[in-house]
Design a protein around this ligand. Structure first.
Ligand code: PLP
Length: 389
């Protein structure tokens, strides 16, 4: 659980805002908790890199996992760079081109191709290093919003389970599925595994590995019995190695975004507080239309503000919040639980700079990890030659 007192301290310490701050102790505590849960259930643990690809975070997580899961050649390169020979690299991408396969097959240990067509196209290119499998779509939905449901009708994610049942065994080294999002209920996983075990009995008994994906939060108090039962079911069929690869669960609670109030004014009877951050820095707030956790928000507080981002988009708004104390221009406003899917999704719409990224170390120091300068913006816009000529 993120610690409010620590977040308050960190918010004051940060020299410049907006800033994305990762709390090392929180990250380490979370990683050791997930590792314990995976070990108790009898499966191997990988970190799915997609919610946070910061080299510092990868270095911090690496000792707790047996590897990383990457979804693109860039992630694969970075993952291998950080792991070196310390762990396995899993690779799943919706499509893998011929040249990508050539590159990634030298970096990855396990690769799941997304369709039977992709499998047939890439298998002849395979080498001795990479163990080749396929993503299967079990077709059992748990996510209400179909934009985020891998098992939606006509899904593009994985070969439909029925197609795989006739695909034949011993062709595949392994299978991967990923069917949930931000779930605390591992009974969903057990239901999926039970159904797969019934429908793919022969295929499963011939596999070397099975990757159960991510999508579960592994919080303190999460009942992991269904994970253990899933692993038992699968291991009763064969010697298959079982992996899980959560992403957000590792990093969500460890990150804060610290911002500063730039302006406050009345808009039709409600005070709008404009911050120096924007939904550009937390695109999921806009995508999912949720109100993020804000430090010191008090549901019964008497001072009400619409917290707004600084971009020109009318809907660049975090929500309607109340506080016990009034906000002033220059005050800090801190968004909690911002460690997942912010750093890799943040963008520079309106030319607004990305937040500086810091680690708040176990020793209580702030270490600057990245800071985007005008040169990076210019280069990304193809203007670097002009800037320097
Ligand atoms: C194949 C795969 N594995 C793991 C993950 C990580 O999911 P989460 O961050 O929800 O745990 C994803 C997320 O999209 C995924 O597609």
């Amino acid at each position: 659980m993120p610690d409010d007192a620590k977040a308050r301290l960190v918010s004051k310490l940060v020299p410049n805002t907006p800033a994305l701050v990762y709390d090392e102790s929180e990250l380490v505590d979370t990683a050791s908790r997930i590792r314990r849960m995976a070990a108790d259930a009898g499966c191997d643990l990988a970190y799915a890199m997609k919610p946070c690809t910061l080299a510092w975070a990868l270095e911090t997580i690496a000792p707790f996992v047996t590897g990383f899961a990457a979804s693109s050649p860039f992630e694969a390169q970075l993952g291998r760079q950080i792991l070196d020979d310390r762990g396995a690299l899993h690779y799943h991408s919706v499509a893998v081109t011929e040249s990508e396969f050539e590159q990634v097959a030298e970096l990855a240990d396990f690769m799941s191709l997304n369709s039977i067509t992709q499998f047939h196209a890439r298998q002849p290119q395979s080498n001795d290093r990479v163990s080749l499998g396929m993503r299967v779509n079990p077709g059992i939905s748990f996510v209400a919003d179909e934009r985020y449901d891998p098992c939606r009708r006509h899904s593009k994610l994985g070969a439909p389970i029925d197609a795989l049942s006739t695909f034949g065994s011993r062709i595949l080294d392994g299978l991967m599925f990923h069917t949930n999002c931000e779930s605390d209920d591992l009974r969903h996983l057990l239901a999926t595994v039970s159904s797969m075990e019934r429908r793919l009995t022969q295929v499963i008994s011939d596999l070397d590995w099975l990757n159960l994906g991510g999508g579960y939060m592994f919080r303190e108090g999460t009942d992991t019995t269904p994970l253990r039962q899933s692993v038992e079911i699968l291991k009763s069929r064969s010697n298959t190695k079982i992996f899980i690869e959560p992403g957000a669960a590792f990093v969500r609670d460890a990150g804060y975004i610290v911002s500063t109030v730039l302006d406050i004014f009345d808009s039709n009877g409600v005070d709008v507080a404009v911050l120096d951050t924007t939904i550009n820095h937390m695109p999921e707030v806009f995508e999912y239309q949720f109100e993020p956790e804000v430090l010191d928000y008090q549901p019964e507080g008497e001072h009400r503000y619409i917290l707004a981002g600084r971009s020109c988009l009318a809907g660049d708004i975090f929500g309607d919040y109340t506080f016990d104390d009034p906000l002033k221009i220059g005050d800090r406003v801190t968004f909690m639980e911002m460690g997942a899917y912010t750093q890799p999704k943040a963008h520079t719409f309106n030319g607004i700079n990305l937040p500086d990224v810091y680690a708040y170390t176990k020793e209580g120091n702030l270490a600057l990890l990245t800071s985007m300068k005008y040169e990076h913006f210019a280069a990304r816009n193809g203007a670097h030659q002009h800037a320097y000529s």
